[in-house]
Design a protein around this ligand. Sequence first.
Ligand code: ADP
Length: 619
Amino acid sequence: MTLQMSWVTLLWSMNAAACLTLAVVNLIVWLNARNEWGHLLFFAAAASASTIAILELLGMHAGSILEFSNLLRWAHVPYCVLIVSIVWFARIFMGAGRIWLAWTITGLRTVALLPNFLATYNLNYGQVTALKHIRLLGEDITIIEGKLNPWMSLGQLSSLLLLAYLLDASRTIWRRGEKRRALFFGGSLILFTLFAALDVVLVQMNVLQLPYMVSFAFFGIIVVMAYELSRDVIRASRLSRELRATEAGLRETQQRLSLAADAAHLGIWVRDLKKDEIWASENWRDLFGFTHTEELIFERILERMHPEDRAIFNQNFTKAISSDGHYETEYRLILPNGQMRWISSRGRVETNGGGAPKLLRGISVDITDRKRAELEVAQQRNELTHLTRVTMLGELSGSIAHELNQPLTAILCNAKAIGHLLDQERIDLGEIREALKDIVAEDKRAGEVIHRLRLLLTKGEVQFQPVDLNEIVEEVLKLVRVDLGRHGVTAQTELPPGLPKIDADRVHLQQVVLNLVLNAADAMANNPADSRALIVRTGHLKDEGLFLSVTDDGIGIAPEQLEKVFEPFYTTKSHGMGLGLSVCRTIVAAHGGKLLATNNPTRGATFRFVLPFVREVRA
Ligand code: ADP
């Protein structure tokens, strides 16, 4: 028995089987990733190519004209699906091609099915005249002869348009620089389409006495498509490998970060503004007194804040969202157990593509200890300031007593005078009234002195309020007038009227001016009696602020000591403490300014400071 090899059956079956296998694989892929439309289109194309191969094979073994004709008629369904799939597959993979052409081809191919099924035979033949038997590769097969159906031009037109569409798409991607894809993918599709179209035309016109072999052209197309798809799959798997590596790196960084955050007792939080959700690290929950499972709601967090700090916190938040996206704020928390905690928070706003705020990310840290220390330092500073003030006033006690003595003596004199007036026979009520008026006026004067002193002697909290700098100078000069007089010092002033008020602590500024004036007087102690004048000046420096200076005609300061005089305990006086200028500098710094000493061109020194309108406190 000899084994007769059926090459035709074998080749066509292999073609069908190969296409079918590829179709099934891609169907499975698509079922697992429904948005990967390329796989679905490939499945449709490959399944259609497989069907066409089977129909061609069946046609070659058809027993009658009708059978052959019907097979050809039905082959137009997979043709249609296949061509439409090629069009859209090419569009997805090349990202090019004219959309109107794609739709025209889709439409034409679908419309061509109508005359195909309505015709007596099929779209190809208006009339079939004969079945012919030929031998191909050692196998007896059937081919058909007949007259062409004019509607076939619809099919041919769609093939031409497909060619034009592929050419145009390939040209576009070539220009875009994707030369490999244009040449290999675009070029192969064009070649195989051309081959299929030519095969149909030549077989139909009986130029080729061969069966239809369109399925092999389509097989070529399927292979090209499979190659293009597999490149994508390979790229996807490489990307996923890279992603996994990046993820591992990220996890590592995250772990390191969270370790660092734990070590620094940092609480991390993220607030999604769109969903209004808050996520916070365990450290953060501990800081704010929330359990690890409690739902975090912004209002509830706000409730934990000290009522006085909520407004400023909200203000910072809103500012961050509407301006630079960064915020930094310090506030107090009142924990459920009543304990108070200072928190410092800083964060950043992240925006979406359109610039709208999307989420806030930030860190919070417990600064209670630092705040306590700061508070202690501030308290100590306040105490030192008070102490130096009291000491300074102690030095002035003689002149203050004198200042008080004057009204008291006047009151005494007036009281005595009233006594005399009452002893007289004719009581002069007019004079008594005058004397009483004097008593009231002198009493007021004494009251003012006491009031000024009391203000300076009490140790109050630092209080910033709008103050008139000229008024401060005048009050201080009133207080030291007698003392200066005793030392033969005259105080002149250059105080331009109408200065704007400035935000300052009244008592502290008085202390500074008092200190500078007394130092100036001390520096002139050895001057001849007629040259002991000091000048206090104030003025407006445009947008910068207000300045105050005290100029004397004294001994001046050695150039290398100009900074040293501000150091604590630096003194050249036998009874001095050397704290005055250092405290003055701290006070001026708390007002956002800096106190400086310079020597005058002729004689003596000038101490000067500027108080800015916008206070930026320096330590
Ligand atoms: P104290 O007055 O107790 O010495 P201060 O801190 O007020 O402390 O002054 C420190 C030193 O600065 C003074 O001892 C003095 O030597 C110098 N000094 C202060 N003001 C002047 C001035 N106007 N002219 C010259 N030296 C001055």
